[in-house]
Design a protein around this ligand. Structure first.
Ligand SMILES: *Cc1c(COP(=O)(O)O)cnc(C)c1O
Ligand code: SF4
Length: 359
């Protein structure tokens, strides 16, 4: 890779990279004025090497469709604000917190649920704020897991990551440090020996890779994933279900098989959040359920993530795949198999537990 390569951070940069037409419409200029733009050299190459209208391009290239807003869309679509006890910390679930050290990313995804918060000018935690966030974690003994999230935590220097992880290692109740990141997929060159060593300097580290389309897994990306896996770091993935990117069992099946073959276990498939100007990416839940059912039919369980939705307002994630339990009455269940056939199942243990009560 040439050292001079830079990310495209404006419409002009994207034009120079040959990825936008010669003319910038006022609408497109308005989109770029409102929401951050950045496409890394690796992603620019993946877009050029693939379909210019395809599943990689659509995730990163701004579109005038982003100006269309729907009444249900929100600035804070998953309700992080009400669950933030101190700046940078989101504490929604008992045993784990999000720790958002920064608000910048290597790329800015057009469907991002934090798009109102992230961007090149947005400031992350300063050292006093980081100390206050760590104090909160120190003081809450029920916190077992610290999850570093967007902005993209793996864009921080290895030195800063190591410093924070070494602090967490001194907190006895913290057992796991999880990183949600797009870096291995969009800036694989940042997965350096220094970073790998830093990730081993604290509590057990897990990396959750955000990737949505199989064409994102270029040779360079697969090599970066292999470096993480060879360093002993367990790898999971999260994907967002996106219309025009990956809304088919065929595309997602290819993505999840490729991830598993590269030692990444698909963890979550997110229903697209109600972020502003992202309606052109949203599918219906019914469509998502069809796709997930389609995946189930022909794919190993290793390739099946949980299909979840984050409730607006902040109540958290809920699984939204179609239920396998169609009904229950008097200890008998009506269950559905992967082909849709129905089966009655008598729950004998429940029936036995009831008997003594009856005397
Ligand atoms: C999604 C999320 C988590 C992680 O949830 P898991 O189900 O453990 O992956 C933790 N905290 C917050 C605030 C979240 O939004
Ligand atoms: S990397 Fe994550 S936080 Fe950053 S723009 Fe993409 S989805 Fe949003």
């Amino acid at each position: 890779m040439a050292a001079a390569e830079k990310s495209a951070r404006s419409l002009g940069d994207l034009q120079a990279a040959g990825l936008l037409g010669a003319e910038v419409t006022p609408d497109l200029a308005a989109v770029a004025g409102r929401y951050a733009v950045s496409v890394t050299p690796g992603v620019l190459r993946a877009i050029r090497g693939g379909d210019p209208e395809g599943g990689v391009a659509r995730q990163y290239l701004p579109s005038s469709e982003e100006l269309q807003e729907f009444p249900a869309e929100l600035d804070d679509p998953i309700g992080d604000g009400p669950h933030s006890p101190v700046k940078g910390v989101v504490h929604r679930y008992d045993d784990r917190v999000l720790l958002n050290l920064l608000k910048t990313c290597a790329v800015y995804c057009r469907f991002c649920f934090r798009r109102e918060m992230v961007g090149p000018g947005a400031r992350g935690l300063d050292s006093a704020e980081l100390e206050a966030a760590l104090d909160y974690i120190r003081g809450e003994e029920r916190i077992w897991e610290v999850i570093f999230s967007g902005g993209d935590p793996l864009t921080l220097s290895a030195r800063r990551i190591r410093a924070v992880l070494e602090e967490l290692a001194r907190i006895p109740h913290v057992g796991v440090a999880r990183f949600h990141t797009r870096v291995p997929a969009v800036a694989p060159e940042l997965v350096t020996e220094e970073l790998l060593a830093a990730l081993r300097a604290g509590p057990t580290a897990f990396v959750v890779l955000h990737v949505n389309h199989p064409d994102e897994l270029t040779a360079e990306v697969r090599a970066a994933i292999a470096r993480l896996a060879d360093a002993g770091i367990p790898l999971l993935s999260q994907s967002v279900l996106l219309k025009g990117v990956n809304n088919s069992a065929e595309v997602l099946g290819r993505l999840f098989r490729a991830l598993v073959q590269n030692r990444v276990k698909p963890y979550y498939l997110h229903h697209a959040d109600l972020a502003r100007g992202t309606g052109h990416f949203r599918t219906s839940i019914a469509e998502g359920q069809e796709i997930v059912d389609g995946l189930r039919q022909g794919h190993s369980g290793l390739c099946i993530p949980a299909y979840v939705l984050d409730l607006p307002g902040g109540a958290g994630k809920v699984p939204v795949a179609r239920s396998w339990i169609l009904g229950e009455a008097e200890g008998s269940y009506l269950l559905r198999d992967r082909h849709g056939a129905e089966h009655a199942y008598r729950d004998h243990a429940a029936a036995q537990q009831k008997r003594p009560d009856r005397g």
